[in-house]
Design a protein around this ligand. Structure first.
Ligand SMILES: Cc1ncc(COP(=O)(O)O)c(C=O)c1O
Length: 376
């Protein structure tokens, strides 16, 4: 089996480095000469535990994660994280205060909007730190991050956490710096689509999470980095009394950490792909190199978009343009369809905008132009 050089710009699942695919394919068939592959061994076997531990320690090294934080693999993708965050962090706040906290959400695009809706659905009082409806955007729903002076936080003493999406994959909106939040309030970030694309100061976060399928690996696992002090809760009966939803055991962060990410059957193959990706990124020089590369690729694209305003329109304000998902429109009836067709003829695929917003979206995955794979 072989494959040609690929130029695929989908947002995720996204391309993997060819080296990772080759090794993963081999490990799927037979891992370490023990006769069976990684899709077939027990998630509690010695080999599986070693895969989990190695993947974790490489993530810690790559992201320079301090001792104050714990790394674990979860299930349920990014959307599972929306719910897990609400239940686990509300319980952690209640363990500290014996109160049901409010939750603050920055809504800057489709994914943070979904996350805020999930918190409402689970019965939390959700305050929108910035409300996109109040930002005039010429009919567009998203595409701006209003200035700090307009942000409205809840009383810090009553806030379980502040949530934001670092990069809005659909709308092409990215925070250029970590948002400042009131002192003492835990900051939660969804980094599903820009994890590992830049250096981050993990110590500023209570929790960072994301599905693996965009930058970290393949679908089937999600990555969580949590401040250890947040691994706490109250007994279910007390949570119920406070009106806090009780987290299902398989989404309970304490339970997952206690069981080294294998409370229930985790996909060891998916974790191994993460590990291989970490090897690749470490060998390539780490996140400094990734950051410079992502910046350079995004700059080139935005330069072209801005150079031809009669042809291309960017729906995103310059101060919050995503480096990972470059979205734009092309002027003229049927011009976008033509563009997609012509690009495809040149072997450039996966550039159609998200179905909810249309237009063009070029996702700046770090593994563009993965080299051909001669033989598996
Ligand atoms: C930023 C962000 N958060 C969350 C999600 C949801 O991820 P999943 O499909 O794994 O639930 C996505 C998916 O594209 C995303 O881009």
């Amino acid at each position: 089996m072989a494959r040609d050089q690929v130029h695929y710009f989908g947002a995720g699942p996204a391309l993997l480095p060819s080296e990772v695919i080759e090794q993963a394919a081999s490990d799927f068939v037979c891992y370490k000469d023990n006769g069976i592959g990684l899709g077939e061994i027990s998630h509690r076997s010695g080999d599986a535990t070693a895969v989990i531990n190695d993947a974790k320690s490489k993530i810690i090294k790559l992201l320079e994660i301090p001792d104050t934080h714990e790394v674990f693999f979860g299930q349920g993708g990014g959307s599972g994280g929306f719910a897990a965050v609400v239940m686990n962090l509300s319980a952690a706040y209640a363990a500290r205060t014996h109160k049901k906290g409010k939750v603050d959400y920055f809504v800057t695009g489709s994914w943070s909007s979904k996350a805020a809706n999930e918190a409402k659905r689970l019965g939390l009082e959700v305050n929108l730190v910035l409300d996109p409806k109040l930002v005039p955007r010429g009919g567009k729903k998203f595409g701006a991050i209003p200035p700090k002076s307009t942000w409205k936080f809840s009383d810090p003493k009553e806030t379980a956490y502040v949530y934001y999406c670092d990069n809005e994959t659909v709308d092409g909106v990215e925070f250029q710096t970590i948002p400042d939040v009131p002192e003492g309030v835990e900051l939660v970030a969804d980094m599903s689509s820009n994890f590992l694309s830049k250096q981050i100061d993990v110590s500023r976060f209570g929790l960072i999470f994301g599905g693996a399928q965009k930058n970290i690996g393949i679908a089937g696992v999600s990555l969580y980095i949590i401040k250890k002090s947040l691994l706490t809760s109250l007994p279910p009966a007390e949570l119920i009394q406070l009106g806090i939803p009780v987290v299902p055991t398989f989404l309970d962060f304490q339970e997952i950490v206690k069981n080294n990410s294998a409370y229930n059957t985790v996909s060891i193959f998916a974790v191994r792909v993460v590990e291989l990706n970490m090897d690749y990124l470490l060998a390539k020089g780490g996140l400094k190199v990734q950051e410079a590369q992502s910046d350079r690729k995004a700059e080139k694209l935005y330069e072209a978009i801005d150079k031809y305003p009669q042809l291309f329109k960017s729906p995103v304000e310059k101060d919050c343009r995503s480096r990972m998902n470059i979205v734009f429109n092309i002027v003229g009836d049927g011009a976008e369809e033509q563009f997609v067709k012509q690009a495809s003829a040149k072997g450039l695929t996966g550039i159609k905008g998200h179905r909810s917003v249309g237009g063009i979206r070029i996702s700046n995955c770090k593994y563009k132009s993965a080299r051909p794979i001669a033989k598996l």
